[in-house]
Design a protein around this ligand. Structure first.
Ligand code: CP
Length: 309
């Protein structure tokens, strides 16, 4: 694969064949992610996890991925316990961490932080979510779940529901969905519509995109419903958040009218936007999706650092 030594800052850094290769590799690594096989492709490698914003899935799945492949991690899980608290700059922090490790996985609250880190670091940088910009490894995970459920990544009708303005997972995902030739249906509260910059990127790809504010109409003939949380932490004004909080919720009644093949994805964490009763339906795919984050990140790390590179 052509990823050896490279950064992953945005999903556009990967072309279609590379994404397909990564997903094939991830599928073959599922036994290792489950602990029933033990490849050692990252033996001797040290990966730094700099999580300067909260995370459960991304950090732990990256750490699990490294360790399942025989590598080791050094981790910042709480920026308050680092010298950032004393005023150290991101630039100095990145330069130093990258000199301690073979690759750096960075989560940061500011859009553009991963690009800055990649420009500063001598070692590969993987964006684990930067502000409302992008979350490319979440997208690889989402694609793995879609392909596992439907056996294809193309020609599907995919409804993306929720916070399309601030949701970084959405900003990466829609690009990949368009790249693979899917029909994208956007459904959001009016104040959380997809930003013009993202629409421009989709137009440049010739993507089939429509907006449908009415969820029941959006879901007609849909293969995937991708639900997202309203990103409260990104709102400059709490009053604006309160105006949209709780404005959509998927429950059994929503799903009564959909086809049996529809699968519900969510990058998680969820708040109230998917009722727990949905977990017990065959539509729920989000916990399997979260698991697939481990083999997907194994495949990526192996491609950048290990034998697969
Ligand atoms: N999906 C996701 O990024 O989850 P975390 O914030 O828990 O890492």
């Amino acid at each position: 694969m052509r990823l050896a030594g490279r950064d992953l800052v945005a999903i556009e850094d990967l072309d279609r064949p590379v994404i397909e290769e990564l997903l094939d590799s991830a599928r073959s690594l599922i036994p290792a992610a489950e602990g029933t096989a033990a490849p050692r492709t990252l033996e001797g490698k040290l990966v730094a996890m700099a999580f300067l914003e909260p995370s459960t899935r991304t950090r732990l799945s990256f750490e699990a991925a490294v360790q399942r492949l025989g590598g080791r991690c050094v981790t910042i899980a709480d920026p308050a316990a680092t010298s950032i608290r004393k005023g150290e700059t991101l630039s100095d922090t990145i330069r130093m961490i990258s000199s301690y490790s073979d690759a750096l996985v960075l989560r940061h609250p500011n859009s553009g932080a991963a690009r800055l880190a990649a420009d500063l670091s001598d070692r590969p940088v993987i964006n684990a979510g930067d502000g409302s910009h992008q979350h490319p490894t979440q997208t690889l995970t989402d694609l793995a779940a879609i392909r596992e459920a439907h056996g294809t990544l193309s020609g599907l009708r995919i409804v993306v529901l929720g916070d399309l303005k601030y949701g970084r997972a959405v900003h990466s995902l829609i690009w990949a969905l368009a790249l693979f030739g899917n029909e994208i249906v956007l459904t959001s509260p009016p104040s959380l519509r997809l930003p013009e910059s993202a629409r421009h990127r989709l137009r440049a790809l010739g993507a089939r995109v429509q907006e449908e504010p009415e969820l029941s109409r959006a879901l007609a003939g849909a293969d995937i419903l991708y639900v997202t949380r309203i990103q409260r932490e990104r709102f400059p004004d709490e009053t604006e958040y309160r105006k949209v909080a709780g404005s959509y919720r998927i429950d059994r009644t929503t799903l009564d009218a959909v086809g049996p093949g529809l699968r519900v994805l969510h990058p998680l964490p969820r708040l109230g936007e998917i009722a727990p009763e949905v977990d017990r339906t065959p539509h729920a795919l989000y916990f399997r999706q979260a698991f697939l984050g481990v083999p997907v990140r194994m495949a990526l790390l192996q491609a950048i650092l290990g034998e697969g590179g």
